[in-house]
Design a protein around this ligand. Structure first.
Ligand SMILES: OC[C@H]1O[C@H](O[C@H]2O[C@H](CO)[C@@H](O)[C@H](O)[C@H]2O)[C@H](O)[C@@H](O)[C@@H]1O
Length: 662
């Protein structure tokens, strides 16, 4: 029997989902108890749950009160990525606890490329999704519906129920899923059935039970490398594990990791949630970081701007490390520098702007026409053609990331040195920038409408030279310093001459264009220009006048980008505006914009990429690293600005007191 939960259910708001993960992958869980997105065992594995991208055909795993009419409310257990969903009625209450067990959250310094989950655990036995449903009060009938749709619902599957209500196996050509059910033998009533709609490739397993106070069922879902491995998991291995101990250990790991956070200041709960979300997006075996764990959540409802973010952009990853560094987390930066050292490239020319989580170069973009997309937003894409683009900013971002890591004593802390392969890499990248900074590129936003001389790309070429020069000067390293310094100054002069439009009073998107671009808000943040330089002040004013919606939230740009349709405001950019206002001393405006923006997070404090200007809905992939990075940085910048302002204001008062005393 198909549970009522399946009826009348379409798409849930993007930012209503809870997200859990184990630093190999994540799953998204709706407030009605349904895992609607899940790629297991790794971020880039084909999705086995994709109801998020096709409400009709996509697989899901839902645990909820039978009837589906009791709303659930979600929260994270303090300081962790363990999620609880509570369903309460006058007759009783059930609590669903969802987690992915972790053995350790230590960032692993890179060992060998292709060292993925499968190699670490041949049968995938460590990595699983655990769902515990428990009645905490009264009694409640519960329905569990599991439809696994392997390979993004592109291939058929077969279900085999395992005797004695032990669980089930779901197998397709490539993917083998094991579901263990633990605790059914202690319940008075518990049934497990399987049904298949005539037009469906995938069967739905339904478990029904009435839970009374203190009773519970536990489901552990793991991936087997083969059908036999999956069978072993269901029949033996998953049943032998003590998931209560694993839950306690997982909670301990998250809390212990968060205890390393040195941030003290306002909005600390938001900062902590963002840090936990970012950590969840790291891929432990290689130190890589994904931009987001989803694909194709649309930038416009019903539109075509749907991209796969389950990869490592040098830009997004280095920004993530800034933010983690700001909070005192350095092990992740170390793991990432190891990943960087091991990337395959021969010179700056063939350094890609993004790689797969194991350093894969080949990320061919494909459209999955059999999926209708979130709220009909198609095409659904996997892979990302931006991997082949030329984006000159990435050199500056990589060098700035290493610079920051060095400045914070990262190398000394781990008994490592910048000298050697990493300095060779830096030199190669600086030399590449010296030779190519005058060329047009696709820019930070990866637009698909042709190459231009983007101002932000040029600024990041300046950053690449600047950070290379500082490292060479401070560590006495081998470099052609006079030439590097000359080119750095030449780039700066070029930008000030061609990138600033005196008639509008703003740094522009690209040379020769009057279009505004929010990426110019980064100029003072990377040290290219002081925040209170008149040119920067007027750029900020122009952006506030012409590049914002009615809430004051910032669009990336409004110029043509070669794609059809439009998009929402880009939350990362709104946080950059907060930073600029704070750095200019416009603290009230900065704080009010920051706090307004926080009200647009989901109930769990998570953000996607964009916000729709009219409906206020969350848009784009979720949770997005960019947004959480920027939230952390803005909280920090607000704090710094507050300190600066208070020092400034108290000085005369203190001086006056001193004078009176004298
Ligand atoms: O706008 C078109 C491009 O959109 C995506 O790029 C965006 O996401 C990246 C990952 O977070 C980010 O680095 C970039 O700045 C964003 O513009 C998409 O990945 C591209 O394929 C697409 O061309």
């Amino acid at each position: 029997m198909v549970g009522m939960n399946e009826i009348n259910r379409s798409y849930q708001p993007i930012n209503s989902y809870g997200v859990i993960g184990d630093c190999h992958s994540t799953v998204l869980i709706s407030p009605d108890g349904s895992v609607d997105w899940g790629c297991l065992p790794d971020f880039d594995s084909p999705a086995i749950f994709c109801r998020l991208l096709d409400a009709e055909h996509g697989g899901y795993f839902q645990i909820a009160p039978t009837g589906g009419n009791i709303p659930g409310s979600q929260r994270y257990l303090r300081g962790s990525n363990v999620l609880q969903t509570r369903f309460a009625s006058t007759f009783g209450e059930i609590v669903l606890t969802d987690f992915m067990p972790v053995e350790t959250l230590e960032a692993w310094p890179y060992k060998a490329m292709n060292n993925n989950t499968w190699r670490a655990h041949e049968d995938g036995s460590c990595h699983c999704l655990v769902r515990i449903v428990e009645c905490t009060h009264g009694e409640m009938p519960v329905t569990v519906s599991l439809k696994v749709s392997p390979d993004y619902a592109a291939t058929p599957s077969e279900v085999a129920l395992i005797a004695d209500n032990k669980g089930a196996m779901i197998s397709s050509a490539q993917q083998h899923v094991a579901l263990a059910m633990i605790g059914a033998d202690l319940l008075a009533s518990c049934t497990m059935d399987v049904a298949q709609a005539a037009d469906e490739w995938h069967q739905t397993i339904t478990v029904q039970a009435t839970l009374r106070e203190g009773e519970r069922l536990l489901f552990a879902l793991g991936m087997g490398r083969s059908a036999q491995a999956a069978r072993r998991l269901v029949e033996v291995e998953l049943h032998q594990r003590n998931f209560d101990v694993e839950l306690a250990h997982t909670l301990h790991c998250w809390r212990q990791w968060l205890a390393g956070c040195t941030y003290q200041g306002p909005y600390s709960e938001w900062v902590h949630r963002s840090a936990l979300a970012l950590k969840m997006m790291t891929y432990a075996p290689t130190g890589a970081i994904v931009a987001a764990p989803t694909t194709s959540l649309p930038e416009e409802l019903g539109g075509v701007r749907n991209w796969d973010y389950r990869f490592t952009w040098l830009r997004d990853a280095t920004f993530t490390l800034y933010a983690l560094n700001v909070l005192g987390f350095t092990a992740e930066a170390r793991a990432f520098t190891h990943w960087l050292r091991n990337l395959s490239y021969t010179d700056g020319e063939d350094l890609q702007i993004m790689y797969g989580i194991r350093g894969e170069r080949e990320l061919a973009e494909q459209e999955l026409h059999h999926l209708s997309g979130y709220c009909g937003s198609s095409p659904v894409r996997i892979g990302n053609a931006a991997a082949q683009q030329k984006q000159m900013d990435v050199f500056g971002e990589v060098l700035d990331c290493i610079h920051l890591y060095r400045r914070q004593g990262g190398f000394e802390r781990y008994g490592e040195k910048l000298e050697g392969p990493l300095w060779q890499m830096m030199q190669t990248l600086v030399e590449h920038v010296c030779a190519h900074w005058q060329e047009p590129d696709s820019g930070i936003w990866e637009v698909r409408g042709g190459l231009r001389h983007y101002v932000y790309s040029k600024v990041m070429c300046w950053v690449a030279l600047d950070r290379g020069i500082r490292a060479a000067q401070q560590l006495n390293l081998d470099a052609d310093l006079p030439r590097w310094i000359m080119i750095r100054d030449q780039i700066r002069a070029d930008i000030l001459c061609h990138g600033y439009d005196t008639s509008i009073g703003a740094f522009t998107q690209s040379y020769g264009s009057a279009a505004l671009d929010a990426s110019t808000l980064l100029l003072p943040l990377v040290g290219f220009i002081p925040p209170d330089d008149p040119r920067m002040r007027s750029t900020v004013d122009r952006i506030m006048e012409s590049l914002t919606d009615k809430h004051g939230f910032v669009y990336r740009y409004l110029s043509d980008d070669g794609l059809s349709g439009g998009e929402g405001t880009f939350t990362l950019c709104t946080f950059w505006l907060v930073d600029n206002l704070a750095m200019q001393g416009r603290l009230d405006e900065a704080r009010s914009l920051f706090e307004r923006l926080l009200t647009y997070a989901g109930r769990l404090g998570l953000f996607s990429e964009e916000i729709e200007a009219q409906s206020n809905e969350a848009l784009g992939n979720y949770p997005q690293a960019f947004t959480h990075i920027a939230l952390i940085n803005s909280a920090q910048n607000l704090r710094k600005a507050e300190i600066r302002l208070s020092e400034h204001h108290t000085d005369p008062v203190i001086a006056a007191i001193r004078l009176q005393k004298r």
